[in-house]
Design a protein around this ligand. Structure first.
Ligand code: 5GP
Ligand code: MN
Length: 344
């Protein structure tokens, strides 16, 4: 975002506005953390709502003011009303409107508001708005919201609630500060957030030490379904709807499971295929280490996208057909997979 746009935004925000903040569908810690952080920053001087396309995992519901998040699919009338009245709409942690799902997309594309996008995914759709703050090198949208507040010269407004939300999103999107996108700047920001009231030990505990028995049993099932393809340095996991049901699956229970496949020595490409009978899809998460771009792989073959080392996609065929298709793609990627160094 260029300096002139920041000046314009600052001017717009100097008078009370009707603002809606939108994270992507199936919001994760970064999407909800950045939305709530911005909400806390804006809510004293503006009319602010957060409208998420659908629900998010229980392990994020302790975040300050989480109860204020409206769900477009469940609180449809209320959500539409605030969207239709909005003068400014922030789009956080996604790069194209199809990422909020078909229904919400149809409503949002008709709105006349000023859109502001803050996002770290590749290839942002620049036709949505001129107000785009996009940086694919930054680990998380939460870190970008911190930088956005720096640009607005407002870091003094960061209180414990904002610090907690930003810390949470940076932590979840960096795999607890371990991915290569974690920089010394990230750590400096994290230090500042702790100084401003983020309780680091409590946040880790709230997000990571709240497993249910069913979730751990499901993890056990996922690990027993793990398939390793040494010749491609690849490993994948499947979870059928039946397996999910047998372990009382709750939203968020499969989050992070794909990383176990990636934690195998010598494996640099991992996938998890999760059946969703209701939506009639197989939802896929891809992860990689080094140069092998799962963003490209997901875009090219699975109607998806994301980042170089973390992406998602879907199919509308059966689990076995999806796995067969996936396996058929590996020989073409073999050269790239074998030469992908583990770190960038
Ligand atoms: P996850 O595998 O954790 O759901 O997502 C990993 C990354 O890929 C996230 O940044 C997420 O926003 C992105 N992503 C996940 N699914 C999709 C998808 O279907 N399409 C696109 N474009 N991005 C996705
Ligand atoms: Mn993110």
């Amino acid at each position: 975002m260029i300096k002139e746009q920041i000046i314009e935004l600052k001017k717009i925000l100097s008078t009370p506005q009707k603002i809606v903040i939108i994270p992507h569908r199936n919001p994760d810690g970064d999407a909800i953390g950045s939305s709530l952080a911005l909400y806390h920053f804006l809510k004293d001087n503006h009319y602010v709502s957060i409208v998420a396309p659908n629900d998010y995992p229980e392990f994020l519901k302790w975040l300050p003011s989480s109860e204020d998040v409206k769900l477009f699919d469940k609180q449809n009338k209320q959500s539409k009303r605030v969207l239709e009245n909005a003068s400014i709409i922030f789009l956080l942690d996604f790069n194209a409107l199809h990422r909020i799902g078909d229904d919400m997309h149809k409503t949002v594309e008709q709105l006349n508001a000023t859109f502001v996008m803050i996002d770290h995914h590749q290839e942002p759709d620049t036709s949505i708005t001129p107000y785009i703050y996009s940086d694919t090198t930054i680990c998380s949208t939460c870190q970008m919201v911190y930088h956005f507040l720096e640009k607005l010269e407002e870091t003094k407004a960061i209180d414990a609630a904002i610090a907690t939300c930003l810390y949470t999103g940076i932590m979840t999107d960096t795999g607890s500060f371990r991915f290569p996108s974690t920089t010394s700047t990230t750590h400096r920001i994290i230090a500042d957030l702790i100084d401003k009231g983020a309780n680091n030990a409590e946040i880790h505990n709230n997000v990571y030490d709240v497993n249910s028995y069913g979730r751990l049993q499901l993890l056990g099932k996922a690990l027993s379904n793990l398939v390793v393809l040494d010749e491609y340095r690849t490993a994948y996991i499947t979870l059928s709807q039946e397996e999910l049901d047998a372990h009382n699956f709750q939203k968020g229970d499969t989050e992070g499971v794909v990383n176990y496949a990636l934690s195998l020595k010598n494996v640099i490409f991992a996938a998890i295929f999760i059946e969703d009978v209701e939506q009639k899809i197989i939802k896929i998460s891809f992860r990689s280490k080094g140069k092998f771009s799962v963003n490209q792989f997901a875009r090219n073959h699975f109607n998806g996208g994301g980042h170089d080392n973390a992406a998602g996609g879907r199919t509308e065929i059966s689990m076995s057909e999806t796995v067969t298709y996936f396996l058929s793609l590996l020989p073409n990627s073999k050269k790239e997979l074998l030469k992908s160094d583990e770190t960038k």
